[in-house]
Every structure is written in structure tokens, then in C-alpha cells.
Design a protein around this ligand. Sequence first.
Ligand code: ATP
Ligand code: MG
Length: 347
Amino acid sequence: MSEPVVLGIESSCDETGVALVRGTTLLGDCLASSVDEHVRFGGVVPEVASRAHLEAIIPTIERACDDAGLTLADVDAVAVTAGPGLAGALMVGVSAAKAVAWALDKPLYGVNHLCAHVCADVLDHGPLPEPTMALLVSGGHTDLLIVRDIASDVTALGRTIDDAAGEAYDKVARVLGVPYPGGPHLDRLAQQGDPTAIRFPRGLTSARDMEKHRFDFSFSGLKTAVVRWVQERERDGLDVPLADVAASFSAAVADVLTRKAIDACEHHGIKDLQIGGGVTANTQLRTMAEERCAAAGISLRVPRIRLCTDNGAMVAALGAQVVARGLAPSSLDLGTDSSLPVSTVSV
Ligand SMILES: Nc1ncnc2c1ncn2[C@@H]1O[C@H](COP(=O)(O)OP(=O)(O)OP(=O)(O)O)[C@@H](O)[C@H]1O
Ligand SMILES: [Mg+2]
């Protein structure tokens, strides 16, 4: 008998994502984003996001099924992001998933959004080696994780002590007058700049910091350094070389992320590094990770860019892993948890 078809639903932030996965094969997916509605506010407005999910959820489910050439009758299990994320936004996806599971009389699996980011790559490169070191870099999180089993055993090794990497991108972009979301815009700008033009600080890399925070991150000092540098130029009546600032800022982020991730692999004797989350789309991070992993003899896995930012495919992929391990489904009483810890893979 072939592996079950899992329908995955993602609605934790501003993307309504739905996909169908069988094993590690993506059968079809569809994404509706409310990002354009948030641009004028410079960040995601939770109520606007929830309303947009409500409007998008049913058409997105229909389109994902069409894309797969299947109907809901072909679905064997339903997976949904139960947290972390915006409470109202999560509720829309969870309610829809419950309705579909109940109507089809199929099992429901509430899964962790962050573990889903890490799992996305199974759709591109097959099952994760075990153990794998995972670097999760997204809008709200920057974590180093030891993944012994993506469906049941994920341990946090380190995390940001202040801003997430994506958050730093979005905040720096705002200061530079670059539209929200800052990451992709700064990435494009950085391609025309010199990453060595300005030496911005590398958070938590001094010998003293490394004693206590070897595998933790900090991007708040970097963000402040960029803001100060720009303000001083403006005060002195000088032009702000946007491309050089973007490239030098991105270089500082990518340098710390890759340095600490490789150090974590070496310290724990782990030969495989998986990078996931929205910031993984970043050009400098991808290039630096490739070069440094190759030099350190670490095998690197990075998914295609579409699978880095929020999407339904990663949720369906994680659901398929949970189903494959025979883990218990969630109850139809499943709630949402805005701050679900990364170690809780499914609920
Ligand atoms: N090319 C890029 N370079 C740098 N950052 C990027 C790029 N593309 C997207 N980002 C950043 O990725 C973040 C969005 O990623 P993602 O969708 O995974 O985050 P999120 O879902 O909002 O947060 P979380 O997953 O922590 O709940 C934003 O901060 C965005 O600026
Ligand atoms: Mg995300």
C-alpha cells in the first residue's frame, strides 16, 4: 500500500499555506499571502492577518487539491500548525483543519511550526540524517537545534537572547527606508554592495560571551550599530551608501550564524547541518554556509527558497513524518499555543 496523503495547513503569521504530501513527495501546494496588506503598517497586523486567513483558507485548500490533481476524498490525514504564532491567525488554520478532519473522518495532527521549517527540506533532499544539527532562522526565531528524530526528538541547544535574525532584517530595513518585509529587499540591495565596506559587530562572539553563550545569538547590538552608523552619516550631511550598509549588515548576520552553527556541529560531533526558516532565503547566508561547511567537512542541506519562508508544504511534510512514526493523532479539542516550545514537535 502506498504511503498516506497528508493535507498540511499553515496559518501562523501572514501566509495561508496548504499542501498535499505523500511521504517526502510534494503532490501540490498553494500559498495566499496577506503581506501586501501589512506593508503600510511596516509589520504584520494580527487582526488583518486573521481576517485574510479567513478569506483565503477555503480557496487555498481547493487550489492545493487542484494543483495535486486530487480531491479531499484522497486525503488520509490532516496536519496543521498548532503553534507558535499569532493566536488569531493560528485559530483559523486549526479550525479549518478540524473541520476537514471531522468531515472526512480522518486523523488530525497539530504540529510545531518551527519543526516544520526544519522538516521542509525532506521534500527536496529526502529524510533527514539522524542526528542533524538544525539552524532555524526566521522572522521570530533564531535557534540551534539537535534533531535526533524530526517527528519526536528535537532539543534546543541555543537561541537568540534578543532579536531574531529576520526581525533584525525587518528593523534595519525600516531605518533604511526599505519596505516591509526587509529581508528580501535588503538581500537584493546587498547584491550591489560591498560586504566588507563597514565592519559591524558580531554578537556573542567575544571570548567572554562564548563562555556563557557559545551557541546563543544576539542581533540587537548589530541593529543598533547599523542605526547609529546611518544616523552619524546623516548628521554629517553625507550620503548613506544603502547597498554597502545592506551588504555589510548581511555579512555580519551570515558570519555569526554560520560560525556558530559549524562550531555546534563540531562540538557535538554532528556531520550534517540543516538550515531552515525565512532568512535561509538570504543569498549571503546560503553562499557562506556552503563555503564554510565544505571547508569544515560538514554536509549542508538547504531547501529551495519557496520552502524557506512559511508554506503549507512544510506542515504536510512534518505531518507525514509524524504519521509514518505511528504517533498518536491530536484530539478534536486541539487548541493553539502561541508560544509552543520547539521541543514539542506535535501536540
Ligand atoms: N532573502 C532574505 N534575506 C534575509 N531575510 C529574509 C529573506 N527572505 C525573507 N527573509 C526574512 O524572513 C522572515 C520571514 O520568515 P518566516 O516566514 O520563516 O518567519 P515567520 O514565520 O514570520 O517567523 P517564525 O517562523 O519565527 O514564526 C522575515 O523576517 C523576512 O524579512
Ligand atoms: Mg515561519
